[in-house]
Design a protein around this ligand. Structure first.
Ligand code: AP5
Length: 216
């Protein structure tokens, strides 16, 4: 299974992919998480990427395509993977097609999680993320058992700089202009499945599983 999970910022991609990779034994490839991990390790790529990420801007297609290309060539991505947050521009989608073609591979399904604009800001502003394992929480919708502490690993929870309202507005604007056109791109390929993200975590997951079950 080679799945692409897409949707606007805060749609629930990270929350759903955490469960999908476990249940379907997929290799998780999240470009946002790859950049943040590189920054945590003080790698030049991560430090450079965070200049754009913190403002809510996109990292360049050139840099992003290259890290994905390298990642897809690793043995654990050969059989099945889940792409989260990539591609984000039509040019990245075309680059991905070319990469997969050269690997004699192709996407099995593209799941597009849809959410109302009004819900996005509330989801982003209330999000808290574990510094150690990256698990995501929400102050109202998915609070940790103990305030500020990750249930899974005991790590410290923090608020991403790009979850501040100013950055969120920029990310939404970029999503509308640059990322949304990819929905039509994949609809044209006949592999797009829309899933309503305005439901409980469990029901969104149920619908994604149903959509994947229809994949031939
Ligand atoms: P990335 O990390 O990919 O961020 P994003 O796409 O903006 O998505 P988020 O992680 O913000 O949200 P999500 O959809 O995963 O939602 P989550 O499950 O956490 O990218 C960050 C940045 O990196 C980009 O802005 C860009 O700068 C750069 N970048 C990454 N990829 C790039 C690329 N390809 N090209 C160029 N630059 C790139 O949920 C959000 C909150 O809502 C959580 O608190 C969660 O608990 C809550 N929630 C989720 N689902 C529900 C639900 N059903 N009900 C109630 N609450 C819910």
């Amino acid at each position: 299974m080679k799945i692409l999970l897409m949707g606007p910022p805060g749609a629930g991609k990270g929350s759903q992919s955490a469960k999908l990779v476990k249940d379907y034994e997929l290799t998780n490839i999240s470009t946002g998480e790859m950049f943040r991990e590189a920054a945590r390790n003080n790698e030049p790529l991560g430090i450079e990427a965070m200049k754009y990420i913190d403002q809510g801007d996109l990292v360049s297609d050139e840099i992003t395509n290259e890290i994905v290309r390298k990642r897809l060539l690793k043995p654990d991505a050969e059989r099945c993977f889940l792409l989260d947050g990539y591609p984000r521009t039509v040019s990245q989608a075309q680059a991905l097609d070319a990469m997969l073609l050269s690997m004699k591979s192709k996407l099995t399904a593209v799941i597009n999680i849809t959410v109302d604009k009004e819900a996005i800001l509330e989801r982003m502003v209330g999000r808290r993320v574990c510094k150690s394992c990256g698990l995501s929480y929400h102050l109202k919708f998915k609070p940790p058992k103990k305030e500020g502490v990750c249930d899974a690993c005991g790590g410290e929870l923090y608020q991403r700089v790009d979850d501040q309202p100013e950055s969120v507005r920029n990310r939404l604007d970029i999503y509308e202009r640059k990322t949304k056109p990819i929905v039509d791109y994949y609809a044209g390929h006949g592999i797009l499945k829309n899933v309503n993200g305005m439901q409980t975590f469990e029901n969104v997951y149920k619908d994604i599983k149903e959509a994947l079950g229809e994949v031939k």
